[in-house]
Design a binder for this molecule. Structure first.
Ligand SMILES: Nc1nc2c(ncn2[C@@H]2O[C@H](COP(=O)(O)OP(=O)(O)OP(=O)(O)O)[C@@H](O)[C@H]2O)c(=O)[nH]1
Ligand SMILES: C[S@@+](CC[C@H](N)C(=O)[O-])C[C@H]1O[C@@H](n2cnc3c(N)ncnc32)[C@H](O)[C@@H]1O
Ligand code: SF4
Ligand code: SF4
Length: 324
């Protein structure tokens, strides 16, 4: 599928829940997130129909996200079913890593090819502050388990926030040498917008400059299903360093993705207010209607976003509802 700007759309981000076992302050408000009732969340059959239809239209990579995808009961069986879809070339999952210690083995056997793990601090107290109570030790143990069951070292996503964890940039960079992880630094996106959120903003340019002050960096070419990350490597390091300039960046011209939320809302762009409700094509199943709706999402996909780290306003959503 190509959109009106000639971009090839081959990547679906499919959210399976908007519930989470952590509450990162940049992603969810402390309280007051509307919980999706059981009937509002798509069943695995409905999610599968969306995946199957998308793949028949040219989607080759599906990333499972949430909320926290691993808290959804029955997730492994669903992933196993997805991985058997003819035409699906790549199945990946983004997780906070809290349950990986227990679940990495079954995820690997279910056919998940790659894990991205969100980890914003290597200091237990800062980690607990950012995640409002998360256990750093469990996530680090989960990263080790993932490798021990056969996964390549997970990609680590770090949202960099000035005054919160920007002092740890070089510690994370070291993981590319000591543990072989790809570490991606993500610009903080103003979605929750608590009082004074502007103070957290730090640009990808500044992050790279701070790293380049200490290490020589070589640029790495993107792969076919590459996401928005711009990648570098310290010569000789096994892992790479990525920068995701979600706010300042210019990767919209290469955008390859659409999104579907756990409630069946399809979005052409992470930040767009336009949503298409797929539920009428799922209850009862209407594969033709679904095909038309998905084609329309691609055809009307916006060119990019207009968000900035100063005057930005939009209707509120939480990343946990959309899946990042
Ligand atoms: N602005 C913007 N941010 C995105 C987009 N896709 C992912 N992100 C952000 O990038 C960060 C990492 O996302 P991941 O779930 O690891 O996905 P990815 O970077 O596409 O991963 P790969 O498929 O491994 O390249 C998260 O903070 C996402 O919210 C996008 O299309 N636009
Ligand atoms: C919404 S989470 C869902 C998957 C899983 N719970 C996790 O944390 O990896 C997906 C990604 O969105 C990122 N994210 C959430 N809110 C963000 C924000 N305000 N700015 C930048 N990235 C954000 C997270 O760091 C995570 O990498
Ligand atoms: S970023 Fe992921 S782990 Fe953190 S609150 Fe959002 S959904 Fe949960
Ligand atoms: S902001 Fe929208 S158009 Fe730009 S990369 Fe993200 S999803 Fe694609």
């Amino acid at each position: 599928m190509r959109d009106q700007f000639g971009r090839k759309i081959n990547y679906l981000r499919l959210s399976v829940t908007d519930r989470c076992n952590m509450r990162c302050f940049y992603c969810m408000p402390a309280e007051g997130v509307e919980k999706v009732g059981h009937e509002a969340v798509l069943s695995f059959e409905e999610l599968f129909l969306i995946a199957e239809t998308s793949v028949s239209l040219g989607i080759e990579k599906i990333r499972i996200t949430g909320g926290e995808p691993l808290v959804r009961a029955g997730i492994t069986g669903f992933l196993e079913q997805l991985s058997a879809l003819p035409g699906l070339r790549h199945m990946a999952l983004t997780t906070n890593g809290l349950m990986l210690r227990q679940m990495a083995g079954e995820l690997y056997r279910a056919g998940v090819q790659r894990l991205n793990v969100s980890l914003d601090s290597l200091k237990p107290s800062v980690f607990a502050e950012i995640t409002r109570g998360g256990n750093l030790h469990a996530v680090l143990a989960g990263l080790d388990t993932a490798v021990s069951v056969g996964f390549p070292p997970p990609k680590i996503n770090v949202v960099i926030m000035r005054g919160v964890n920007d002092g740890e940039i070089l510690d994370f960079v070291e993981l590319t040498r000591s543990r072989g992880n790809a570490v991606r630094f993500i610009e903080y996106m103003p979605v929750v917008k608590e009082e004074g959120w502007q103070r957290y903003c730090i640009s990808g340019v500044e992050i790279v400059a701070r790293i380049a002050d200490h290490y020589p960096l070589e640029t790495i070419d993107k792969g076919v299903y590459a996401g928005p990350s711009r990648d570098f490597r310290i010569p000789g390091a096994e892992g790479s360093i990525g920068i995701i300039t979600a706010v300042s960046g210019h990767f919209c011209s290469d955008c390859n993705r659409i999104r579907v939320t756990a409630r069946g809302q399809a979005k052409g762009c992470l930040f767009s207010n336009e949503k298409t409700d797929l539920v009428p094509f799922l209850r009862p199943p209407d594969p033709e209607g679904l095909t038309t709706a998905l084609r329309r999402i691609v055809a009307t996909k916006p060119e990019g976003h207009g968000i900035t780290c100063d005057g930005y306003s939009h209707t509120n959503f939480t990343m946990a509802q959309v899946g990042g």
